[in-house]
Design a protein around this ligand. Structure first.
Ligand SMILES: [Zn+2]
Length: 397
């Protein structure tokens, strides 16, 4: 039910955005060929924008181009579409936003899934948590966005197929906090979502993932355990492993952390499938987090203490050196010793062409599930404790 006063700021906002785009275009021309012209811009950090209804309705849901959850009626659930980046046709990619606004004020937690398009258990986890919430009984607000990389989800693939500058496949979890005037659609989409939807409504955030297609992982969290507010949340999950590492820039949970919002990344098994057993563990942990923040009442469920969680600060990659069929000799979550053989590989004649051992003692946290491998592919990651950590590590979350 958008009123005239609500439409006016949208028109003005659009004009301002157009002017900003013209400015960016001029900057690109001025810096043509320089690295600076294509560098990521720092997202502005300011007060929450007022909610802007575009006036559109899609499948019965109102569309917003900016959201402040405090503008929504308390004690209710709200289903909205957020207007993301424009496509070559001039139409937009919309993402699904569910807000459970509590009857009483309190903390605001943001739950995200679908930053990668092939990670279905992460979406189901967020949906299940939202379906358990009763806003009439809540103090605070939970906002969920389940389909961030829409075009990647349409193909159930990890990366965003982008055509503006030739045919690219872009990993959206390397784009955050995004840039509303960026040169690729995923960068602009990330900027719009981060500035106008995610950051302004988060006192804490969780970004849910799974392994990627062809590579299975255990149930674990990636969390910077040296940050007390992050550790307090990650400890509340009854899952077997925590990867205690800051990982690399560009991932969504680090974009939150960089602006002072405690956040971490949950990993829920294999891509493309629903693992209902693992999902239930992350639902229980997330409900614990909402209780920890005082949003939901009730006793805590099981936590990491109840499952003797294994915490490592490094993930040792075992890479294929040959092509051929891979046979794993250990399973996910198995403990391995330094020097233990974990996989063999055979060529097309059935001859063993490679044997792979772990150089460290730890637990198996990820394994290639595609049986064929070429040289250089990760075959396994061993989570272990490194006495002197090197800092942020690369990991295919
Ligand atoms: Zn992912």
């Amino acid at each position: 039910m958008p009123s005239e006063p609500e439409q006016r700021p949208d028109r003005r906002d659009f004009m301002m955005a157009s002017m900003a785009t013209i400015g960016a275009t001029a900057a690109l021309v001025a810096h043509a060929g320089s690295a600076k012209a294509q560098g990521p811009a720092t997202s502005p950090v300011g007060p929450a924008p007022a909610t802007i209804y575009t006036g559109d309705t899609i499948q019965g849901k109102k569309v917003v181009s900016a959201l402040d959850v405090n503008d929504l009626a308390p004690g209710q659930k709200h289903l909205l579409y957020f207007q993301g980046v424009a496509m070559p046709t001039g139409q937009h990619w919309y993402v699904s936003v569910t807000v459970a606004r509590g009857a009483r004020p309190g903390k605001r937690v943001v739950l995200v899934s679908g930053v990668h398009g092939d990670e279905m258990s992460s979406i189901h986890t967020v949906q299940t948590v939202m379906n358990q919430l009763d806003p009439a009984q809540m103090s605070g607000t939970v906002m969920a966005v389940t389909d961030v990389a829409r075009p990647a989800l349409e193909g159930m693939q990890r990366r965003w197929p982008n055509f503006g500058r030739g045919h690219d496949l872009i990993d959206m979890n390397r784009e955050w906090p995004g840039n509303e005037n960026g040169v690729t659609a995923p960068s602009r989409h990330a900027g719009l979502l981060f500035n106008r939807l995610l950051r302004p409504n988060a006192d804490a955030a969780i970004d849910f993932h799974t392994g990627t297609t062809g590579f299975d992982v255990t149930a674990f969290n990636i969390a910077a355990m040296d940050v007390p507010e992050i550790k307090a949340m990650a400890d509340l999950y009854p899952v077997g492993q925590i990867f205690d590492n800051h990982v690399y820039p560009g991932v969504l949970h680090n974009a939150f952390v960089d602006v002072g919002i405690p956040a971490f990344c949950a990993e829920i098994g294999a891509a493309r499938v629903l693992n209902l057993g693992m999902i239930s563990l992350f639902v229980e942990g997330t409900m614990n987090v909402l209780k920890h923040h005082g949003i939901v009442a009730g006793p805590m469920g099981r936590t990491g203490k109840d499952v003797a969680v294994f915490i490592g600060n490094s993930a040792f990659p075992i890479l294929a050196t040959q092509g051929g069929l891979v046979e794993h000799l250990v399973k996910l979550n198995d403990k391995v010793e330094a020097g233990q053989k974990v996989a063999i590989q055979r060529n097309s004649f059935g001859e063993v062409v490679a044997e792979y051992t772990s150089s460290v003692a730890g637990e198996v946290t990820g394994q290639r599930s595609d049986a064929m491998s070429e040289p250089g592919n990760p075959l396994a990651f061993i989570l272990f404790h490194k006495a002197t950590p090197d800092g942020s590590e690369t990991y295919p979350e």
